[in-house]
Design a protein around this ligand. Structure first.
Ligand SMILES: [Zn+2]
Length: 139
């Protein structure tokens, strides 16, 4: 019962957390949650990260995927492991978007390793509220 109440009350708390790349350990961004406001996300390089509408995010991922697939058809790049990795990651992004019910998403680029982390607003809030420490891993 206390855990349920705690979960409900966590919505009214403020949080400031670091979002950390799970691949390389670099801090990617800071996030601030306050009651009744949209999350504020600031990238490590300075600017606020503005969430993208789901349809735009989908179009971007779709374009990346078809560009990578076209490039893969070029004999010069066919079988390039980096390209295969990019195709795989973009497919995961599209799958992720399919599971987020049309919510806006933040695209968080890790400056340490170049990983792209896509997180919907509700997913990000959920992760931050449940993180046991001030460092929230982006997996
Ligand atoms: Zn990284």
């Amino acid at each position: 019962m206390a855990a349920v109440l705690d979960g409900v009350l966590s919505v009214f708390r403020s949080y400031q957390r670091e979002l950390v790349c799970a691949r390389c350990g670099s801090v990617v961004a800071w996030v601030q949650l306050r009651p009744f406001r949209q999350p504020e996300v600031r990238h490590i390089s300075g600017p606020d990260v503005i969430p993208m509408g789901e349809s735009l995010a989908r179009a971007v991922a779709q374009t990346r995927l078809s560009t990578a697939q076209d490039t893969g058809r070029d004999p010069l790049f066919a079988g390039d492991p980096e390209l295969d990795g990019a195709i795989e990651r973009t497919r995961h992004e599209l799958e992720y978007l399919n599971g987020q019910g049309g919510e806006p998403v933040y695209e968080l680029l890790c400056t340490g390793c170049g990983s792209q982390h896509l997180r919907s607003m509700p997913h990000l809030s959920w992760m931050v509220r449940r993180a046991p420490t001030g460092r929230v891993p982006l997996r």
